[in-house]
Design a protein around this ligand. Structure first.
Ligand SMILES: Nc1nc2c(ncn2[C@@H]2O[C@H](COP(=O)(O)OP(=O)(O)O)[C@@H](O)[C@H]2O)c(=O)[nH]1
Ligand SMILES: [Mg+2]
Length: 318
């Protein structure tokens, strides 16, 4: 049985093995991913992002339990670009999600940046695809931080939940730096802390001046205490509301279309880059061209055209 068949069959070991292959040897994973493609597109992918320690894992645990009660099978991928570790579940996540780890309807996986050949964002994207094909109804992707690589990861989600906590003064600033545009739902966790309400008001003001106001969906701001479960029901409702909006407005298809287009572009670019540099390996002619550039014997544009010529020729039957 192939890994893809195992995944379709609900075999957890095959699923875990294929995700490892995606991380360590993406070329070998490709035939399996091809076979799984027709079976993807059914899961609701929920991204949960925010600074370390704001309670993302605790929230994910609570949300996952709610989805389980509703009868959904749940996949959880915790991505930490700063972590060198990949594999099962990281210690912290395992502690936070203890009961879930033994639930056969839940698949938990941590992904770090170690040795990630094709990039963490693509590996995460493909791991989600595997869980989707495996029949998990909801897939939570927990990502640390709000930098560009995390934004790329979280863009894979249908619904992006951005978490904040009161008393971290820089958070509103980071939000201005670009996460605002990708948030579908805001959650202010640790609402047991003072100043939660002030953060809500600051966020409302920020949202009022953003482009969201003219769009069809204004991100709700939910307050939670993940450690006790307070407010998690309302957060679940907000996520459901966004899912309905995505379906009703045609936005789901639009997002998925954009995602496929971006993926296709990046796969094609990778393919050509790889072929190009396999042909023009460092040293030899490549070095000569660089020398010529230095001596002004050729300009970069003509040089690039010359270097690309063999590929163009071979495509026209040469
Ligand atoms: N006071 C308080 N602590 C919380 C809350 N939610 C989570 N925590 C605690 O915050 C710490 C970090 O939580 P974790 O879920 O690991 O955060 P993550 O790094 O964002 O995944 C843990 O000790 C949690 O028990 C909350 O709503 N209130
Ligand atoms: Mg965590």
């Amino acid at each position: 049985m192939s890994l893809a068949e195992g995944v379709r069959d609900g075999n957890v070991r095959a699923t875990a093995k294929l995700i490892s292959l995606i991380e360590n040897s993406p070329g070998e994973a490709e035939p399996e991913l091809r076979a799984l493609h027709p079976y993807t597109g059914n899961a609701q992918i929920v991204g949960i992002t925010g600074s370390p320690g704001i309670g993302k894992s605790t929230l994910t645990d609570r949300l996952a339990k709610r989805f389980r009660k509703e009868g959904s099978r749940v996949g959880i991928i915790a991505v930490d670009p700063n972590s060198p570790f990949s594999g099962g579940a990281l210690l912290g996540d395992r502690v936070r999600m203890q009961d879930l780890a033994t639930d056969p309807g839940v698949f938990i996986r941590s992904m770090g940046a170690r040795g990630m050949l094709g990039g963490l964002a693509r590996a995460t994207h493909n791991a989600i695809r595997v869980l989707d094909a495996a029949g998990y109804d909801a897939i939570f992707v927990e990502t640390v931080g709000v930098g560009q690589s995390e934004v790329d990861i979280v863009r894979t989600a249908d619904t992006v939940v951005v978490g904040l906590v009161p008393g971290m003064g820089d958070d509103i600033q980071t939000i201005k730096a670009g996460i605002l545009e990708i948030a579908d739902v805001f959650v202010i966790n640790k609402a047991d802390r003072p100043d939660a309400h002030r953060l809500v008001i600051e966020l409302q003001m920020l949202l009022g001046t953003s482009s969201h106001a003219e769009a069809g969906w204004v991100p709700p701001i939910e307050q939670t205490i993940a450690s006790t479960g307070e407010g998690v029901g309302a957060l679940r409702t907000a996520i459901a509301g966004h899912w309905e909006y995505l379906h009703g407005s045609g936005e789901l298809e639009a997002r998925r279309r954009n995602r496929y287009e971006a993926e296709l572009q990046s796969v094609v670019e990778d393919h050509w880059r790889k072929r190009f540099f396999e042909y023009w390996q460092p040293g030899g002619h490549w070095e000569q061209v660089v020398e010529q550039l230095l001596r002004k014997e050729i300009d970069p544009f003509s040089a690039a055209q010359q270097l690309l010529a063999p590929f163009l020729d071979s495509n026209t039957g040469g």
